[in-house]
Design a protein around this ligand. Structure first.
Ligand code: SF4
Length: 370
């Protein structure tokens, strides 16, 4: 059974190394039995904006992946990406800090917008896939954990869209995104996915409303990862149709179990909220939050839950006094709280940290007529 690993914290480079050590990735690559295997790293550089904007993969995370691979003797690496139709990948490589990374470790940057493609048929749908990622022996997918205005989330499966030519990206939109994204994940299935959940976006794939989540996820099953991410950001898995479609194509499993998540640390001090530029949306949602030393994963889940309620037009009816944070430990008082730290309040949602989906269910009781 596949599992999802989680690490809490904000030190992307050290966390990536620790994650790969825990998953014994070097042994897995060696077992391929390929001399000097070609390893592709596929970050999310959808736009030319630095990672703290909420849209792109932290170069520090990628630095950790490269360091781990090089220290285990793997030197045949490339970073490959094709930004969205409106942006130049070369600009994204520069602005997002990947040019420096490339120079420091002598790892080439491959602009997939300039690549040729192959047509691969999946489930009756012919998809154009860039040749370079198809050539690799081991593909490491490095998406960002984000909400998305059309597909609701964007993470492991949708990140592969950077591996198709621009005209194919446009066609995916005409085809309604869900089926082509699922088929693409069958045509180009990553061996490993490490999710940058340190800072993601609240609403859009291009960033602008960054939410500090303070976590990193990893797994070998991209479908399972997206199923978990859907709940983490406040959705039911079935609300994101490409997850179920990819599962039916045999790409992975969309069934989450109690023991799917394996926590590699639980040092919430490492994940305690750090300053971040407040966005308009977060400022607005902040009216409902009474925060006292909340950890980023907890705070991030609550922000996503409130955003989902806002999208459904339910937020304004909620009481503006939702307690969260370690400062509420051992406090006996009235009110509602999120997370195990608030167990002394009259009503609270257990979890450390809870998922946005569970927060939404819990808060339903405080909505009139629910
Ligand atoms: S329940 Fe408390 S310790 Fe756990 S994540 Fe939330 S604020 Fe941090």
């Amino acid at each position: 059974m596949h599992r999802i690993m989680v690490l809490y914290g904000h030190q992307a480079e050290a966390m990536a190394i620790r994650m790969m050590e825990a998953m014994n990735i070097h042994e897995e690559i060696r077992k391929l039995g390929i001399e000097n295997p070609y390893i592709g790293l596929k970050p999310n550089l959808v736009v030319a904006q630095p990672a703290h904007w909420g849209a792109t993969t932290s170069p520090e995370l990628v630095r950790g992946v490269i360091r781990y691979l090089k220290e285990h003797g793997f030197a045949n690496l490339a970073i490959m990406e094709g930004s969205w139709v409106g942006d130049r990948t070369g600009e994204a490589f520069r602005i997002c800090g990947y040019e420096l990374l490339s120079q420091e470790f002598d790892v080439p940057l491959v602009d997939l917008k300039k690549d040729t493609y192959e047509e691969i048929e999946v489930d009756g749908l012919a998809i154009k896939v860039c040749r370079e990622p198809l050539k690799v022996d081991y593909l490491i997918n490095l998406p960002v954990l984000k909400a998305h205005c059309q597909t609701k989330i964007t993470c492991a499966l949708k990140n592969l869209k950077g591996c198709i030519p621009d005209q194919e990206k446009r066609r995916f939109h005409c085809l309604g995104l869900y089926r082509p994204i699922a088929c693409l994940s069958k045509a180009l299935r990553p061996h490993l996915t490490i999710v940058d959940g340190l800072i993601g976006d609240l609403t859009h794939e291009e960033g602008g409303n960054p939410v500090r989540m303070g976590l990193m996820l990893a797994g070998r099953d991209p479908v399972l990862l997206d199923a978990y991410v859907a709940e983490l950001l406040g959705y039911e898995t079935k609300e994101i149709p490409y997850i179920g479609l990819a599962a039916r194509l045999g790409v992975g499993s969309d069934e989450l179990h109690e023991d799917t998540l394996v926590e590699l640390n639980h040092n919430m001090k490492e994940a305690t909220i750090a300053p971040i530029e407040p966005g308009e949306e977060i400022d607005y949602l902040g009216q409902w939050i009474k925060e006292d030393r909340a950890c980023s994963p907890c705070f991030g889940s609550l922000v996503h839950a409130l955003m989902r309620l806002k999208e459904e037009g339910k937020l304004e009816s909620l009481p503006k006094e939702i307690a969260i944070g370690q400062g509420y430990q051992n406090q006996k008082k009235e009110g509602i709280g999120i997370g195990s730290c608030t167990s002394g309040l009259a009503a609270y949602l257990p979890g450390c940290p809870p998922k946005a989906k569970d927060i939404i269910h819990f808060l339903q009781d405080y909505l009139p007529g629910e």
